[in-house]
Design a binder for this molecule. Structure first.
Ligand code: SF4
Ligand code: SF4
Length: 191
């Protein structure tokens, strides 16, 4: 080690240079707005495309949207959806889901089931506070899924708007499933 380096180290030690460098960073951050949130007192603003708890939705007249087609079950990579469907005796050829289960402990919140649903019966919400000591309560049944949908309808609709990329028309048009442009192109080229 040469003399210059030795004297530099000596002066740094005498003047507590490292401490002043660290204090400089501390003082700089004292006047910044804090980035942390005091959860649960303070909550973040959740974006519309957020993938929170899944829910089932109804039409405006209260009728269940789900027709029990099983497409969501087939699309789910985690195999955590189970749909049992039945024919609606009062309406020939119409089916509905008599039972519907989603095991949220296995769900990876990919949103594939929502994309697969042809009638926008499934959506994701901004609800994320469902931690529990008893994981058996995380097997969401049909009643619970419709209950979440009823309570978080506005957020569920925003999720569908955000993911269907619908921009035109009034709310009822925006709330309808639209096939991706690539499928429209294939259809028009075969006509
Ligand atoms: S979000 Fe993904 S993992 Fe969860 S139920 Fe839907 S398809 Fe399955
Ligand atoms: S939620 Fe949609 S995709 Fe799943 S069974 Fe019901 S209608 Fe079919």
């Amino acid at each position: 080690m040469n003399n210059t380096m030795t004297s530099k180290k000596f002066f740094n030690a005498v003047l507590f240079r490292e401490i002043w460098e660290a204090m400089k960073v501390t003082f700089r951050h004292m006047f910044h707005k804090p980035m942390t949130f005091q959860y649960p007192r303070e909550k973040r603003t959740i974006p519309d495309a957020h993938r929170g708890a899944l829910c089932l939705l109804r039409y405006d007249d209260g009728k269940e949207r789900c027709v029990g087609c099983d497409l969501c079950e087939a699309a789910c990579p985690s195999r955590c959806i189970k749909v049992i469907s039945e024919e609606d005796k009062s309406l020939p050829l119409e089916r509905y889901a008599s039972e519907f289960f989603i095991d949220i402990t296995k769900c990876v919140f990919c949103g594939y089931c929502v994309e697969a649903c042809p009638v926008n019966a499934l959506a994701m919400t901004k609800m994320y506070e469902f931690s529990t000591h008893d994981k058996r309560t995380l097997l969401f049944d049909k009643d619970r899924l419709y209950d979440i949908g009823d309570r978080h309808l506005a957020d569920a609709k925003k999720y569908l708007y955000a993911h269907n990329l619908e921009t035109e028309g009034d709310e009822s048009r925006a709330y309808r499933y639209h096939f991706p442009d690539s499928i429209k192109t294939v259809q028009s080229s075969t006509e």
